[in-house]
Design a binder for this molecule. Structure first.
Ligand SMILES: *Cc1c(COP(=O)(O)O)cnc(C)c1O
Length: 454
């Protein structure tokens, strides 16, 4: 017999069922009641919409089971672990850089106890949170001074607000870019209170364009790394050194937003040290792109300018927390100790293709042992995060047999979730972006997903 609305049990009847007691023992009463009410009203809604339902759908034990499932969010961590098999090293949707083990440990140690974040233990007085990381960044890059804020968007905003509010900032039309999400250079400039002065054309900007635009109202010339955006063909971009010369002859600042930046040499990305040496007064970059640390914005350059940033009211709203300070300091320390391969992003970027091939072969053999058909395939990975967009990273992986969309969905919904790519109508998994010792978990997750599909 099919269910009628008046057959739905009242909440107090459901609560008399023996299964209700364990539910109420496990979850706060108000939440458990709420979940049961929602199950009942969902059934009512379906009946009123004319759906025909079996009587057992309204049985208290069934309703309680559903309520328990619906309360799962209370028990699961907010973020779920994902195996990144996309081959994109700095993947913003997947949380960008996985931290080095010691950097994660440093963040955790700072998180669960009191620390000397703003306390100078030697002097017994107030200190600065910047003192834990600034000397390390100075030593690594040769910069006079450094400041860490919440992210690179905050770094650019702070620099412009503190040094150019109400004055003009000259930028090439070819660099008025949007960098994923909602970071658009013209919007950030407006938000900072600086006045945007565009020079050149979309494809070509010359030194004389900047020279002609520099007036007594000018605070700075700004250069922005175009990140994922590339122009080819009839283009021209002015060298940093030339811009620095023009800026300084006119008595204005030369600022450079590197985006990804690179603390050490990676591909053809300029290193922070090189950019500073070419005459930039301040550079800004992300902590969690090529640097491979926590989300942070890193500002490097002239001591007097950094002092003004530290004194700006906006700085207080953008400062990093203790976990960020701890993780970034530890990441920079790894670079200084010559142990940058302990930084996962660096290890992935510098991975030897022959080693990747062997790893992909081992993965394929393991999949075969688990009964999963796959082929070894050459792939092209990417640095991501707007860095090195023109330099694909030769990589290897496996291509799985089976209908790609359905298989990729089952991989995504598995535990751990696996994110790969679909190429030539097959799911491909790139081993470059696997963490050390993630291979077995990946093989099992793939085997589960393949089995669930047959
Ligand atoms: C990524 C990027 C930003 C924004 O950095 P976040 O750390 O994500 O805030 C700004 N400028 C450039 C050029 C970038 O590539």
């Amino acid at each position: 017999m099919s269910l009628r609305p008046r057959d739905l049990p009242a909440l107090h009847r459901v609560l008399q069922h023996p299964d209700a007691a364990p539910l109420l023992a496990e979850f706060p009463k108000a939440l458990a009641h709420d979940a049961l009410r929602q199950e009942l009203s969902a059934l009512r809604g379906r009946l009123e919409a004319g759906e025909s339902l079996e009587e057992q759908e309204a049985e208290p034990a069934v309703l309680i089971g559903r309520a328990r499932d619906a309360l799962g969010w209370l028990e699961r961590p907010a973020l779920r672990g994902v195996i990144n098999a996309t081959g994109v090293v700095v993947h913003t949707n997947l949380g960008r850089a996985p931290l080095a083990t010691t950097a994660a440990e440093a963040a955790r140690a700072a998180a669960e106890r009191y620390v000397d974040l703003e306390y100078d233990l030697a002097e017994g007085r107030r200190g600065s949170r910047q003192d834990h990381v600034e000397p390390l960044l100075r030593r690594l890059t040769g910069a006079e001074a450094a400041l860490v804020v919440n992210n690179n968007a905050a770094a650019v905003l702070l620099v412009l607000a503190a040094l150019a509010r109400g004055r003009e900032v000259v930028i090439s039309r070819g660099e008025l870019v949007e960098i994923g999400g909602s970071f658009r250079i013209p919007d950030v400039l407006r938000e900072s209170g600086a006045i945007l002065v565009e020079v050149g054309t979309t494809n070509r900007t010359h030194l004389r364009d900047y020279e002609g635009a520099t007036t007594p109202e000018t605070a700075a010339l700004l250069r922005v790394h175009p990140s994922n955006f590339r122009q080819t063909g009839f283009t021209a971009r002015v060298q940093g050194e030339d811009l620095a010369r023009v800026a300084h002859a006119a008595g204005v600042l030369f600022l450079e937003d590197l985006g990804s930046g690179a603390l050490t040499s990676i591909g053809d990305e300029p290193t922070v040290g090189e950019v500073l040496a070419s005459g930039a007064d301040l550079v800004t970059l992300s902590g969690d792109k090529l640097v491979g640390g926590p989300q942070a914005g890193i500002i490097l350059g002239r001591r007097d300018l950094v002092a003004r940033l530290r004194g700006a009211p906006l700085y207080r709203a953008l400062r990093p927390d203790k976990m960020t300070v701890a993780a970034l300091a530890e990441t920079v320390r790894l670079y200084l100790r010559g142990e940058q391969l302990a930084v996962p992003v660096a290890a992935m970027l510098f991975a030897d293709p022959a080693a990747l091939r062997r790893r992909a072969q081992r993965l394929r053999r393991r999949l075969v042992a688990l009964g999963v058909g796959s082929d070894l395939v050459p792939l092209e990975g990417r640095a991501g995060g707007g860095a090195l967009p023109e330099s694909p990273l030769p990589s290897f992986g496996v291509a799985l047999q089976g209908a790609p969309d359905a298989l990729h969905e089952r991989l995504r919904l598995g535990d751990p979730a696996v994110i790969g790519r679909i190429e030539d109508d097959r799911v491909v998994l790139d081993v470059r972006t696997l963490l050390p010792r993630e291979d077995e978990a990946l093989a099992r997750a793939v085997a589960d997903a393949v089995r669930a599909g047959v």
